[in-house]
Design a protein around this ligand. Structure first.
Ligand code: HEM
Length: 144
């Protein structure tokens, strides 16, 4: 008969642990604000910043809501979020590994600026790589 696991639950990526570690919705909003502030002001991110042309508040709201949901923020967040496919909403862009890495470097700066623990940053950078790489593969395969 299988025995219940005695392993401690993982620190992040289990239920809402990542969302809570990020500081809930206010923490995610602060992260997204820092992320776009860096993207706008740091010349290293000029290419990807030049692709952003929505109203700044809407752009920040969309990423905040998505990251709240993605980090385990729960049903009430999911209800506010129209279903989206992350590769599909980026399919009009020319994302190569250079632009993927700009996005990831910008997010890492934002996580550091928001004073998050190194273990959370390491975990999130591994997790962000997955959709970022999917975006690159889908953009390069559809020739955009
Ligand atoms: C791989 C590098 C990436 C680039 C270059 C990129 C760039 C962009 C751009 C240009 C937009 C449109 C902004 C506007 O409306 O003006 C956008 C939207 C968005 N991105 Fe990314 N992005 C990347 C990765 C990611 C990742 C990894 C995520 C999620 C973890 C993400 C989540 C979103 C969301 C939720 C939106 C809003 C989509 C909507 O309009 O509903 N992006 N991104």
């Amino acid at each position: 008969m299988p025995q219940p696991s005695t392993d401690p639950p993982p620190k992040y990526g289990f239920k809402d642990t990542t969302f809570i570690a990020l500081g809930g919705e206010p923490g995610v909003r602060a992260l997204v604000d820092t992320f776009y502030n860096h993207m706008q002001s740091n010349p290293d991110f000029d290419t990807i910043w030049s692709w952003h042309n929505s109203d700044p508040a809407t752009m920040r709201d969309k990423l905040t809501l998505f990251l709240c949901y993605w980090s385990g923020g729960g049903r009430h967040i999911a209800e506010k979020l129209p279903p989206i496919s992350i590769p599909a909403v980026h399919s009009h862009l020319r994302v190569t590994s250079a632009e993927r890495d700009q996005w990831l470097a910008c997010m890492k700066l934002a996580l550091l600026d928001n004073g998050h623990q190194q273990a959370l940053i390491d975990y999130l950078m591994q997790q962000f790589f997955i959709p970022a790489e999917r975006i690159r593969i889908s953009c390069e395969s559809n020739g955009s």
